[in-house]
Ligand binder design. Structure first.
Ligand code: INR
Length: 329
């Protein structure tokens, strides 16, 4: 890891700290993400290797943050050779760092660096010296890039499951948006608390997840995309719940309490209760500056029945994007 000059901490991903750093040889800025690699007698666990390989595959999209290399720093024991060979097998970069006697085995992921995220970008339009709407063309452009990235992940059978503005990196100058915080350790559930016990935001969580559905689909990501779309337009979260129960009530108050007719099976989900009966409100009123095409697309992302929700691939062909110059993508 002597190849990198560590600069400031820029974030806490769900599964590890992220540092801004500089590649000493090239001067290139990178993002370093340290992940504890639990090792056993067998070496690097195959789940970790699968996740790294998947990250490498997914990061081939322009709309997913690029994984530049994987640096394995081992604890300086006999496990070293096997682990290094395994990391290489996953297509990891050249270097392994040096042996650090007695330390814990570590895997560093080296990503490209982008200087802001969508949360900060939206905040800068809402408050500070120059509050102003996010331009309609920017909303359209960023949503298109987000859908491109999501479609790429889904085409490889990968759900992100925690899409939120903090996980979307933005290059303001180039007008580029990329998905981050994919993968590692997300084998089964998205935790309620991060590894540092930071509360994880529920605002983008699909109702089937909140209701304890056992089977997730691409619909969970499309719900999040809908919430992010609305938030770019409003500069305020659409459903800012502070508990799983409050989160559901926010959703039900706007979209109406779901019924068996709208969403077959909803009342059989694990965490379903009896709720107040709210009628659906007019969605257009929640996003006053969005035109009819945008409201139509948003309504298709926020369908209650996950099977009815629009896919990322279909959303890319929605009339909302008719006025977008697609030659740039
Ligand atoms: C910034 C982050 C800039 N760049 C936060 C951030 C604030 C300002 O997390 C980040 C990353 C970056 C980042 O430039 N590249 C990556 C985060 C992640 C991967 S991850 C790569 O996976 O979310 O931790």
């Amino acid at each position: 890891m002597e190849k990198y000059e560590k600069l400031e901490k820029v974030g806490e991903g769900t599964y590890g700290k992220v540092y801004k750093a500089k590649d000493k040889a090239t001067g290139q800025l990178v993002a370093l993400k340290k992940t504890r690699l639990e090792m056993d007698e067998e070496g690097v666990p195959p789940t970790a290797l699968r996740e790294v390989s998947l990250l490498q595959l997914l990061s081939q999209s322009l709309y997913v943050v690029r994984l530049l290399s994987v640096e394995h720093v081992d604890g300086g024991s006999k496990r070293k050779a096997a682990a290094a060979a395994a990391a290489e097998g996953a297509g990891a970069g050249e270097g392994h760092g040096g042996a650090v006697g007695g330390g814990k085995p570590m895997l560093y992921l080296v990503f490209e660096y982008l200087d802001t995220d969508l949360k900060k970008f939206i905040d800068s339009h809402r408050k500070g010296p120059n509050p102003r709407p996010v331009p309609a063309a920017t909303v359209q452009n960023f949503l298109y890039q987000l859908l491109k990235g999501v479609a790429h992940c889904h085409s490889h059978g990968v759900l992100h499951r925690d899409l939120k503005p903090q996980n979307l990196l933005v290059d303001k100058e180039k007008g580029i948006l990329k998905i981050a915080d994919l993968g590692l350790g997300r084998a089964f559930t998205v935790p309620l608390k991060s590894y540092t016990h930071e509360v994880v935001t529920l605002w983008y969580r699909a109702p089937e997840v909140l209701l304890g559905s056992a089977h997730y689909s691409i619909g969970v990501d499309m719900w999040s995309v809908g919430c992010i779309f609305a938030e770019m337009v409003r500069r305020q979260a659409l459903f800012p719940g502070d508990s799983e129960f409050q989160q559901l009530l926010h959703i039900f108050r706007l979209l109406g309490t779901p019924t068996e007719k709208q969403w077959p099976g909803v009342t059989t989900l694990r965490d379903w209760h009896v709720y107040p009966q709210w009628e659906p409100q007019n969605l257009a009123r929640a996003v006053p500056s969005l035109g009819p095409d945008g409201v139509d697309l948003l309504s298709k992302m926020l369908k209650y029945d996950p099977a009815e929700r629009i896919s990322a691939k279909a959303a890319l062909d929605h009339p909302f994007f008719d006025s977008l110059d697609k030659s740039q993508f």
